[in-house]
Design a protein around this ligand. Structure first.
Ligand SMILES: NC(=O)c1ccc[n+]([C@@H]2O[C@H](COP(=O)([O-])OP(=O)(O)OC[C@H]3O[C@@H](n4cnc5c(N)ncnc54)[C@H](O)[C@@H]3O)[C@@H](O)[C@H]2O)c1
Length: 323
């Protein structure tokens, strides 16, 4: 099997590349522009003859068409990582989410590739408070450019599937955490506390409540769905099934960093930034019925990933102490 992985130098993409190489016959091409991806996440594969790296941008359609030739399966992870940036660059997600995805499926079409995994997110559901959104929830009214670009990309992929005999697996992830994270709330707190261990600025009022899922759980979910769900377009929510607040994450991070008496300051308001969705609730019946359940709770996922980012070993034990 020859895999083409966009965004394969990023957080989730690089974890998937490692997983794909557990199959000794796998060949993997990573296509990445390194806007947030890191060479250190993939450099262990550089000597492997079955690994190829293309440094390129999905907006470069000729390069994409050339690079994707002779592959069997596409994983599409590349996207704009900075959700709030759309406030000052309103076409960012349109280009890096929608146009980039169109380019990818068009490059697949002209090269007769027909299978794609796409990583969407809860942003497609919009700001619907405590409503538990199932995959058939509607109307879908995103409240950020990022969410809109995820929905737009889902639509384009679905249309290509119906018009050009492709098959897609679309995953709407909760907040994914783990080693190799390139952004996210705990990542941001660690960075800030390393700069100033006495004070922590928390965006919003700290009560934002969401699901956090560990990247290892996410990879297991993708693998199980690929094995068991064979429709033309397969859409699945992936989340841990429970929720924690931003303030609780601040408490975990300060504790894991061994800090005490950190003064929390809040930027105020009920959300972190314009377009942020403060309360996210998933309905997970569809993927649970298929046979996948997250191994780790939101809290465990945040504890583990904080420890991974801090380079602390022995994660299982510490999480049980925290419970
Ligand atoms: N991390 C999460 O919590 C989360 C949640 C839901 C959905 N997702 C989606 O999963 C995917 C992967 O997320 P991640 O957290 O690993 O992000 P990431 O930023 O770590 O990885 C994205 C990768 O894509 C690359 N990239 C971006 N734009 C590109 C372009 N135009 N051309 C080529 N490469 C480009 C970046 O350099 C990076 O390596 C994204 O589509 C993201 O929207 C992530």
């Amino acid at each position: 099997m020859k895999y083409f992985v966009t965004g394969g130098a990023g957080f989730i993409g690089s974890t998937m590349v490692d997983k794909l190489f557990e199959d000794k016959d796998a060949e993997v091409t990573v296509f990445d522009n390194f806007c947030s991806g890191q060479m250190t996440y993939i450099d262990k594969h550089l000597e492997n003859k079955k690994f190829k790296l293309v440094k390129g941008d999905l907006l470069n359609l000729p390069l994409l068409k050339e690079s994707i030739k002779n592959h069997d399966f596409v994983y599409h992870f590349a996207a704009n990582p900075d959700i709030a940036k759309a406030m000052v660059e309103t076409d960012l997600d349109l280009r890096l989410g929608v146009i980039a995805t169109y380019n990818l499926v068009e490059a697949m079409r002209v090269n007769n590739l027909n299978k794609i995994v796409y990583t969407s997110g809860s942003g497609v559901y919009g700001d619907v408070g405590y409503t538990e959104t199932a995959e058939d929830f509607g109307p879908l009214l995103p409240s950020s450019m990022y969410g809109a670009s995820k929905l737009g990309a889902e639509g384009i992929i679905s249309a290509f599937c119906h018009m050009f005999e492709m098959q897609a697996w679309i995953f709407r992830f909760a907040n994914v955490v783990g080693r190799n994270q390139t952004h996210g709330v705990a990542y941001d707190f660690i960075r800030k506390l390393k700069e100033n261990p006495n004070k922590l600025l928390i965006l919003g009022d700290g009560t934002q409540s969401k699901s956090y899922v560990h990247v290892d759980d996410v990879i297991a979910a993708v693998q199980l769905v690929l094995e068991k769900s064979k429709n033309k377009v397969n859409v699945y929510n992936v989340a841990s099934g429970d929720y924690i607040t931003v303030k609780e994450i601040a408490d975990i991070v300060t504790k894991e960093m061994g800090l005490s008496n950190v003064k929390y300051e809040y930027s105020g308001g009920d959300r972190g930034w314009k377009g942020d969705v403060p309360i996210v609730r998933f309905n997970l019946d569809k993927i649970h019925i298929l046979g996948w359940k997250a191994k780790y709770s939101s809290k465990d996922s945040v504890v583990f990933s904080t420890r991974e980012m801090l380079g602390i070993k022995n994660m299982e034990n510490s999480a049980h102490i925290l419970k």
